[in-house]
Design a protein around this ligand. Structure first.
Ligand code: GLU
Length: 439
């Protein structure tokens, strides 16, 4: 079987990390098994859908490297939904209803008051049609047998259709609710696996019957436990963490994806440099059923660990022009963000501000300048310099090294000095030592 998956966001807001996790899992599953990953824009709601969000979704996915193999927009498929709707109408699987929202709410309260499940009560076929009222439409659930499937994450699922209301699929004004167009598309696009949040489990029960009613084989389902940040459900409506903020803060997409691929699973969360590597071993069997906790700080930590292991080739294009491989290998272990590299490259090849040193320290770096000028400049320069300076001044340990680091880099800490000094070079080193001695 060739796998076909889809990520189906509604363009009513920006993507948040919960959406990205769903997109990623669809993408990784497809990569792992080979197949097609479709981006379906669920823009049937003309009022709430906005073009700027469609663009933002595309841009965010592109930044993350989650490239769909094909793209579909629901707003271009209304005619197709109409045809399928007519089919279901003729076979009696969708039917007209005339209750107002108030009437339904009242009925619900009565049922609940009597301790009964608040399930929609169908009207007899010959019930009078209220005059001047346009119908909305419900899908008639088949009550004959339980709805069952084996969810790839949740295991065996079973729903009694008599305890579910016939879902509304179309409003009075002819507009579509999400449920039916989604099934029509999934069936027509040959989606083999629907991967989405567990808030859709009950929808899936009704949708399985819709597939059958349309003469299609229902796909496999994987409903993932929700992602939570702190407390509560993570949702864009709750103002959750957006992808654009993460992107804007200079974090690497793979740091975010490394976390989102593995939180809530039995696999270790670790920095992984490519989607291909993440896809290897991706398996819904690793997913737990408890909510996964998202913490942006974990992305920060992964980001640093990821950078510390990245090859020069992976970052070359994003480093300041003229940065060499040796520079990168020297500074990468000190970076929290890739943008921090610029600062260290300035230390290697540009200017540093002379530090304010105390009287004794100034004397020490003055001596150091004299030695640095005299000694042979090899990759042993740091060792030679510090050994001679130690012999000449009697200083050792921090008293010896710290003023040198400050004078040579303008900073308190950083990559190891031996490597730095080699890249800083003799002339620059001597003049920095002299400048620090004078200040
Ligand atoms: N547009 C729906 C949503 O964002 C899609 C759900 C699905 O994947 O079927 O919730």
């Amino acid at each position: 079987m060739t796998i076909v998956t889809r990520f189906a966001p509604s363009p009513t807001g920006r993507l948040h990390v919960g959406n990205i996790r769903t997109a990623l899992h669809n993408c990784l599953f497809t990569k792992r098994h080979g197949g097609t990953f479709i981006l379906r824009i669920d823009d049937t709601d003309r009022e709430r859908s906005r073009e700027e969000f469609v663009e933002a979704i595309r841009a965010d996915l592109a930044w993350l490297g989650l490239d769909p193999d094909s793209r579909v927009r629901q707003s271009q498929r209304f005619q197709f939904y109409e045809q399928q709707f007519e089919r279901l109408k003729s076979s009696g699987r969708v039917y007209a209803c005339y209750e107002t929202a108030e009437e339904l709410e009242l009925r619900r309260k009565v049922l609940l008051g009597r301790g009964l499940p608040p399930v929609y009560e169908r009207k007899p076929a010959d019930a009078p049609v209220p005059e001047g009222r346009a119908p909305h439409w419900r899908f008639r659930l088949d009550h004959d047998a339980p709805i069952e499937w084996t969810d790839l994450i949740r295991g065996p699922q079973r729903f009694d259709p008599r305890l579910l209301s016939d879902p509304v699929v179309r409003r009075e004004d002819g507009s579509w609710l999400y449920l039916l167009p989604s099934v029509i598309d999934d069936a027509e696009l040959g989606i083999t696996h629907v991967v989405r949040g567990e808030d859709h489990v009950t929808n899936s029960a009704a949708q399985i019957q819709m597939f059958v009613a349309l003469g299609a084989e229902p796909p496999e389902f994987a409903h993932e436990a929700l992602l939570v940040a702190g407390t509560g459900k993570l949702s864009k409506r709750l103002g959750a963490i957006g992808v654009n903020e993460i992107r804007g803060s200079g974090l690497e997409p793979m740091a975010l994806l490394s976390l989102l691929a593995r939180i809530g699973t039995s696999q270790p969360v670790e920095p992984v440099a490519s989607l291909e590597d993440l896809a290897e071993g991706f398996d819904f069997a690793h997913f737990g059923r408890a909510p996964a906790h998202f913490d942006l700080h974990e992305v920060e930590l992964l980001n640093a660990r990821l950078l510390h292991g990245l090859d020069f080739a992976a970052v070359r294009d994003r480093l300041p022009p003229g940065t060499g491989e040796e520079d990168w290998l020297l500074v990468r272990a000190n970076l929290q963000r890739l943008s921090d590299a610029a600062e260290w490259l300035e230390v290697l090849h540009g200017k540093v501000d002379p530090p304010d040193l105390g009287h004794e320290e100034r004397a020490l770096v003055r001596d150091a300048a004299v030695i640095a000028e005299r000694v042979e400049w090899s990759d042993q320069a740091w060792r030679t310099l510090t050994e001679e300076l130690k012999a000449a001044t009697g200083k050792k340990g921090r008293d010896l090294f710290h003023p040198l680091r400050l004078a040579l880099t303008g900073r308190d800490s950083g990559p190891e000095m031996a490597g730095l000094l080699g890249r800083i070079g003799k002339d620059r080193a001597v003049s920095r030592l002299r400048a620090a001695a004078k200040r």
